[in-house]
Ligand binder design. Sequence first.
Ligand SMILES: NC(=O)c1ccc[n+]([C@@H]2O[C@H](COP(=O)([O-])OP(=O)(O)OC[C@H]3O[C@@H](n4cnc5c(N)ncnc54)[C@H](OP(=O)(O)O)[C@@H]3O)[C@@H](O)[C@H]2O)c1
Length: 258
Amino acid sequence: MSGFVGGVIVSGASRGLGAALARRFAAPGVTLGLLARGEAGLHETAAACAARGATVRIAAVDVRDAEEVARTVLKWDAAVPTGLVVANAGIAAGRRPDGSAETAAEAASQVSVNLLGAIHLVGPLLPAIHARGAGRIGLVTSLAAFRGLPDSPGYSASKAGLWAWGEAIRADLAGTGAGVTLIAPGFFDSAMGDAWVGARPFSLSTEEAAARIERALRAGRASCVFPLPLAAGLRALALLPTPLADRAVRLLRFRIRP
Ligand SMILES: NC(=O)c1ccc[n+]([C@@H]2O[C@H](COP(=O)([O-])OP(=O)(O)OC[C@H]3O[C@@H](n4cnc5c(N)ncnc54)[C@H](OP(=O)(O)O)[C@@H]3O)[C@@H](O)[C@H]2O)c1
C-alpha cells in the first residue's frame, strides 16, 4: 500500500467525494493541491486536511480553463513532484422532473467538465509522470461509462470518453512504474446524488465510496468499480441483442433536478 508522500492533487475538492478523498490522503509529509471553483468549500476542505498534518495549496479554478489548470498543476508539480492526481470534478444533467430532455448545451457542458476537464488536469502532468516512472492517476468516471443511459446521454458520453482516455494512458504508462486507476462508482450520497430523482440501488455514503477508492489507489489497482451487481448488469447488456438491451436499459428511468 502506497503512502503517497509528496504531492497529491485532487479536483472537485470543494465538497462531496473530492473533499472526502482529500481528507483521506491528508497526512504529515503530504502536500495537497486542491482544485475547484468554489473558494469557500476549498478553504473548508483545506482546513480539515491541514488539521491532519498536510501542507495544503488551493486553486479556485474552473477545469474547463485548460491554460489556467495547466499553469496551476505544473507549478505544483515543479514544487513537489506529483505522487497522485485524482480527476474527480464533475457535473451531471439529464431529463428534468417535468420530463424534458437535457439540451445539447447541457450535454456539451458535461463533456467539457467531465471529460475535457479531466484531460486538462492530468494531460499536462503526463510527460513528467512518464519520465519519472512514478505516480498514480485516478480518473473518476461512473457506471454510466459502461452503457449509455437514455435519461442522461451527455453524462454517459462524458464518462465513457474518460474511461477510454484512461484505458489509453494506462496502457501507455504500463511498465514505467507509474499507473492509472479507472474509477467507476455507482450511486453515493452527495450534492450530485441529491439531484437524482429515481431508484438508487446499492447507494453508499460518500465516506464509504471514498474509502473504496482510497484502497484501490493505494493498492495501485487498474480499476475500482462498484457496486459489482450493478456494474455486471450494465456490462451484460452488451451481450444482449440490441432491441432487448435498449428495452432493458429503459427500465432504469430517472430524472435529474437542474
Ligand atoms: N454522486 C454519485 O452518485 C456519483 C456516481 C458516480 C460517479 N460520480 C462522480 O463522482 C465525482 C464527484 O461527484 P460528487 O457526487 O462528489 O459531486 P458534487 O458533490 O456535486 O461535487 C462535484 C465537485 O466537482 C467540482 N466541479 C464541478 N464543476 C467544476 C468545474 N467546472 N471546475 C472545477 N471544479 C468543478 C465541484 O466544485 P465547484 O462547484 O466548487 O467548482 C465539486 O467540488 C464526479 O465526477 C461524478 O460524476 C458521482
